[in-house]
Design a binder for this molecule. Structure first.
Ligand SMILES: Nc1nc2c(c(=O)[nH]1)N[C@H]1C(S)=C(S)[C@@H](COP(=O)(O)O)O[C@H]1N2
Ligand SMILES: [Mo]
Length: 309
């Protein structure tokens, strides 16, 4: 961990409780399902451990994080997931872990949560569309989950799949991508301590629109790598097919590391705009690897990152 991201400060420590409560009442009053399936103000916090990640980053508000979303299974407008994702049944939930593992099988989320420590990780999120946010995730390292399943030496990549529930997901009746949504990482990327499975944000259970009950978060890659509502994790030998790469390989590479020097074919990636800054928010320079190059740069030593975009 580079010193840049170290802090003892947890965002909820610096957010006045009254503000927090007011926000929640506001959301309840407006009928917004900003916190997913959780009804009313009596929600137990997750009690996530403070961590060193995210010093100097000011998180976006819970309203911004839960009303400006990409979750195409619920529609392609930024407001669609907040409107429709409440229909997703998130309990019970299990993840099928298969492929090159010693203990393949169905892992109940409840059981997984008994053997991991939830931490708060304040990370930058950079969408390929050029907007960005800072999110105080709650989660645990993907490496811990993979260790439970026992990764075999021949495994080289990790493939992920989102739930496919036509009855609950109005967006999947449109053949935008080849459902279910799929993503993938090289094994060393998956095992990196920055890579987490997130089960909440702002110390509350994950809102449905953000990928409840459990989603991947890979902060140095474009947001679409951070696949939501994961139901399958497969350890494989070959680079797995991924949703957006299948859609258009030239636009969406397998690696998709945030890179100001590799433009999207239809727009420059040199700048980004922070969500919540208003209509006239000034553009900020895109950070190589989204600001995490000190941590993850060595994973790509000797690789041409334009070729392998
Ligand atoms: N299953 C699924 N996962 C997904 C998406 C999606 O449409 N479906 N959108 C991705 C994109 S493009 C981004 S930018 C992030 C957005 O996460 P957020 O809505 O929590 O900010 O989720 C990613 N994960
Ligand atoms: Mo995105």
């Amino acid at each position: 961990m580079a010193g840049r991201y170290k802090s003892d400060l947890k965002w909820s420590d610096v957010t006045p409780k009254a503000d927090w409560i007011n926000r929640r009442q506001l959301m309840a009053g407006s009928g917004a399902l900003a916190l997913g399936s959780i009804a009313g103000p009596a929600v137990a916090s997750l009690g996530a451990q403070k961590t060193d990640w995210g010093a100097g980053l000011e998180p976006n508000s819970v309203e911004e994080i839960t009303t400006y979303n990409n979750y195409y299974e619920f529609g392609t407008d930024k407001g669609d997931p907040a409107m429709h994702a409440h229909a997703l049944t998130t309990e019970p939930w299990s993840i099928e872990i298969d492929g090159l593992v010693d203990q393949p099988g169905s892992y109940g989320l409840e059981d997984i949560l008994k053997s991991v420590t939830l931490e708060e990780r304040i990370y930058r999120l950079r969408c390929v569309e050029r907007w960005s946010m800072v999110v105080p995730w709650v989660g645990f390292e993907l490496a811990d989950l993979l260790a439970m399943a026992g990764v075999q030496p021949s495994a080289q990549y990790v493939a992920f799949e989102t739930a496919l529930r036509p009855d609950e997901m109005p967006g999947v009746s449109y053949p935008i991508i080849d459902w279910p949504y799929k993503e993938g990482l090289r094994l060393d990327e998956a095992m990196h301590p920055l890579t987490i499975m997130a089960t909440g944000l702002y110390d509350e259970p994950m809102p449905n629109q953000n990928g409840a009950p459990i989603r991947l978060v890979v902060p140095w890659k474009y947001g679409y790598k951070s696949i939501k509502s994961v139901v399958r994790i497969s350890l494989v030998e070959e680079q797995p097919p991924t949703a957006w790469n299948n859609y258009s390989a030239n636009e969406y590479g397998f690696y998709s590391n945030v890179n100001p020097d590799r433009d999207h074919p239809r727009w420059s990636q040199k700048y980004e705009r922070r969500v919540g800054g208003g209509l006239f928010a000034k553009q900020e320079p895109t950070l190589f690897m989204n600001g995490y190059a000190d941590e993850v740069g060595s994973l790509y030593a000797g690789m041409d990152l334009i070729e392998n975009h």
